[in-house]
Design a protein around this ligand. Sequence first.
Ligand code: FAD
Length: 288
Amino acid sequence: MLDVAIIGGGPAALSAAVNCRQRNKSVCIFGRSLDSSLLFAAEKVDNYLGLPDIGGEEMLNRFYAHAVKNGVEFKECRIKQILSMGEHYMINADNEFIEAKTIILAMGLSKSKGIPGEMEYLGKGVSYCATCDGMLYRGKKVAVIGENEEGEAEANFLADLCREVIYIPLYQPVVNLKETVMVKEGKPKAVCGEDGRVVALELDGEELACDGIFFAKNSTPPESLLFGLQTDGKNILVDRNMATNLPGVYAAGDCTGAPYQIAKAVGEGLVAALSAATEIDRREREKK
Ligand SMILES: Cc1cc2nc3c(=O)[nH]c(=O)nc-3n(C[C@H](O)[C@H](O)[C@H](O)COP(=O)(O)OP(=O)(O)OC[C@H]3O[C@@H](n4cnc5c(N)ncnc54)[C@H](O)[C@@H]3O)c2cc1C
């Protein structure tokens, strides 16, 4: 079992990882490609102490090299679900299940706006992961809203389980859908529910009756990753130790709110790592 699993891949995640290794903890970063970090897009960074006039890509490569040199593992994937197992957590990394004692969330700024009803019906018909929740919709009718091609894989997976799958692409072109999946164009407006369950998706002016709605987004809302995680709008709520409301779960960087700056992300990554290490050591002492 890993000591610390870090979800992200930008400065906050890399700083947290280096500092976990300094405390001799095993650590793996579960992140998307380095070029998905906001820092990659920065042509020039001039306000990071000691490294004036540096390009964002070069800075990120240096952070990454530092982490690898310190023995940090990196698994390139998008995490869609983390399950609490009581004393520890289980991470679903592209259907490989990895256990970790503590979690550091460093997913950057959430760009996901969501539609009315989406969060209200999360876990009551709304899902962000077909492989995690698909079985609950066996023989039922579902809609899949895809912001990118990953939505096609989700719809194809559900097509083998569900009575009917309707795919609503928010991009073009759609390239790889099974014949049994029906494509419908339109802009999703709201998730509609009755008696605490999803009953339909409002699509432009029309109500599309369905039992479940799966979202494949470019950016996953943090509260959909980890059930019960407290947020304030799009920011994860943390205390001064970067601890969230969930035991053993910490957050760092842009995902905790403004200012959206590298120095803050790196500093918060350090604090989150120290807090995670301290918590692991405390539990070890208690066991003895
Ligand atoms: C054009 C531009 C210029 C900037 N210039 C400056 C500057 O000069 N000075 C400064 O201080 N700041 C600057 N910034 C801001 C700075 O880049 C960010 O504050 C910083 O990158 C935040 O780091 P982070 O690690 O919190 O998030 P990010 O760097 O955004 O990294 C988050 C990572 O997590 C990954 N991720 C998200 N969800 C998941 C998931 N579910 N599973 C796996 N991985 C996931 C993302 O793909 C991404 O790789 C600039 C930003 C931009 C866009």
